[in-house]
Design a protein around this ligand. Structure first.
Ligand code: GCB
Length: 603
């Protein structure tokens, strides 16, 4: 009996602690209002070797891993020790760095030491580019907060917690797939876990530039935007400079630290993929300076046209996962990502669809520099729990974080609220609310989603999805000639996509194992993929409002769902490039078609 009561007491204490932790977490939940463009500030990089402990049974909270204790005497019982635990590279996923963790999904704890000498009057922020999927962050044993969603940045102010001298960070990550998550528990890519993007420590003055936006007005006559200060000295005079254009404006901030402005432009060259002109932006406050490189352009739709700087364009695109086949796992540097975008350029792309989640923040900066338009997406993929309010809030938060992060990138023209979501009433409400939310946050870009269509008994592909009313661009994925048919069957099909808006086919594709040559009726041969592309492009060209395409996909990518032991071996082979970086036959079909589109639209 005594044992029973002891058990009940222990359970109740655990439950109480659990509820307390949950409340503490909720209140510490970070929001998206973080320092804009952290890499343009005074930062110290905390990447490198971190210690890690794999915790499949979730014992770390109870054992207080976050205290990072070391055994004080020989008799002390301590069932973990970061200082002698193995190390792993941050940023980096665990699946590709440790053979035994290749398929692991669950909890892993990370720890690193750092030395700091905080100055009086300065403020300190700890910024994570991303951690998949959930992260709980502790500094010197104290909880800073938590973050959910594997692909967007989060940040904590640590000014009152950072120590002079030795400090330690402990991060609990968990990439378990759950149905209520965003994405849900089923998707066609690798669930790379861990701290997958850079970790930096930023130092600012007490009052600092927290956020800013700078854009061209739709009439192309003015630059408009705002600067937001945070701190005690909110009322200041701000100077915004556009260096290479010799433009400068001085404006006061109001009592909440905000200055909004609009000023006429002279000598500003517009940003286009052909001429990706960027300007050095300097924002001077009395107490802080922020720097960025920003391009100026407008984007809108008129009837069936997509207008970039008022001129009709065709989006010569390709889909991309954030995965470079040359390195195992997640890309770890700007260089890894640049290679992928330069492959898209070789295909003569002016546009890339970043599927199916926010990519590393380097990508939109690179696209700005290299002249690639971007579609950015959140992982509302296939079936998420459309009737679950918490799932909706999660999707909305991820969208907000992405828009907040990339709002100054000229390359980003489309926010996508999801991919292949099934057409039901609850989903229509969920997605419509999300579209409204995006428009509330950003009125200057286009909203889309990759929709699903259906093929009827007359071999006609139709799109009947009321979500289309909410979108600026009608996009859909279709695999006629791969799933359910052969490449040679494609000419028997037709499209009935009568849209009074621009249509961008967001996906079509077929698999081929690089170097496997056979006739065009043989699955996984380069010839079948080649014929698929030839026939698809004829079919797609019949869509009257066609203003862009993004075939699936630039490069073969890893997916645990792709289990054919000869042709796939854990790779989705729909790439136009092989995993060794060779162009497949279909690449040249697509490239020739893009060359022709480019000519047509140059006129
Ligand atoms: C799709 C999905 C994409 C898959 C692709 C495929 O429709 O959007 O994530 O990887 O099809 O290969 O089947």
């Amino acid at each position: 009996m005594a044992h029973f009561f002891k058990h009940i007491m222990k359970k109740s204490i655990l439950l109480f602690c659990g509820i307390f932790m949950l409340l503490a977490n909720l209140s510490a939940q970070v929001n998206f209002n973080i320092i804009q463009n952290i890499k343009g500030r005074n930062i110290t990089n905390l990447d490198g070797k971190w210690h890690y402990i794999v915790d499949p049974y979730n014992t770390g909270d109870e054992r207080k891993f976050f205290m990072n204790k070391q055994q004080e005497n020989d008799s002390e019982l301590l069932e973990y020790d970061f200082s002698t635990a193995p190390t792993i590279n941050v940023p980096g996923d665990w699946n590709s760095q440790k053979e035994e963790l290749k398929y692991y999904e669950g909890i892993v704890w990370f720890q690193r030491d750092f030395v700091a000498h905080p100055q009086n009057g300065k403020r300190y922020f700890l910024n994570f580019g991303a951690a998949n999927y959930k992260a709980e962050v502790y500094l010197n044993g104290r909880l800073l907060g938590s973050h959910e969603g594997g692909f967007t940045p989060f940040q904590f102010e640590i000014s009152d917690k950072i120590a002079d001298g030795d400090n330690f960070i402990v991060v609990k990550t968990d990439n378990t797939r759950y149905a209520e998550n965003v994405p849900s528990d089923n998707y066609d890519w690798w669930n790379y876990g861990g701290i997958t993007r850079d970790v930096v420590l930023a130092e600012t003055n007490e009052t600092y530039v927290n956020d800013y936006s700078l854009q061209l007005t739709q009439d192309m006559k003015n630059l408009t935007g705002y600067v937001q200060l945070k701190g005690m000295q909110t009322s200041q005079e701000i100077t915004v400079q556009v260096l290479e254009a010799n433009l400068q404006i001085k404006i006061p901030t109001n009592s909440s630290g905000r200055a909004t402005f609009i000023f006429p432009i002279k000598n500003v060259e517009l940003w286009t993929p052909e001429n990706p002109q960027l300007y050095t932006i300097k924002i001077f406050a009395n107490t802080d300076t922020a720097t960025d490189r920003i391009g100026f352009r407008t984007i809108e739709t008129r009837g069936k046209d997509i207008l970039l700087n008022g001129k009709s364009i065709f989006l010569r695109g390709v889909c991309l996962h954030e995965e470079n086949p040359f390195i195992p796992g997640k890309p770890r540097s700007k260089a890894d990502l640049k290679m992928l975008l330069s492959w898209a350029k070789e295909l003569n792309c002016n546009y890339v669809r970043l599927a199916h989640y926010p990519h590393n923040e380097y990508v939109s900066h690179l696209a700005d520099e290299m002249g690639l338009l971007l579609w950015e997406e959140i992982p509302v993929y296939w079936n998420v729990e459309f009737n679950n309010g918490i799932t909706y809030e999660n999707a909305k938060q991820q969208m907000s974080e992405l828009i907040y992060r990339d709002k100054n990138r000229a390359s980003v023209i489309i926010w996508s609220i999801g991919n292949e979501t099934p057409n039901t009433d609850t989903r229509l409400k969920f997605m419509s609310d999300l579209a409204d939310h995006v428009r509330r946050m950003d009125t200057t870009r286009l909203v889309s989603a990759a929709l699903l269509g259906g093929i009827d008994s007359t071999n006609t592909f139709r799109l009947s999805d009321n979500l289309a009313d909410k979108l600026d661009i009608i996009s859909f994925n279709e695999y006629i000639g791969w799933y359910g048919q052969n490449a040679a069957d494609i000419p028997q099909y037709r499209f009935d996509v009568m849209a009074d808006k621009p249509v961008v086919v967001s996906e079509f594709g077929a698999e081929a194992l690089g170097g496997f040559y056979a006739d065009s009726a043989t699955r996984f041969s380069e010839e079948m993929q080649e014929l698929f592309y030839k026939n698809q492009l004829k079919l797609i060209s019949s869509i009257p409002a066609l203003r862009g395409t993004s075939p699936w996909i630039l490069v073969d990518f890893r997916s645990p769902k792709r289990l054919n032991p000869i042709y796939q071996e854990g790779w989705n082979r729909k790439g136009l490039y092989t995993e060794t970086g060779k162009k497949k036959k279909a690449f040249f079909v697509m490239k020739a078609w893009y060359d022709a589109q480019e000519k047509k639209y140059r006129k």
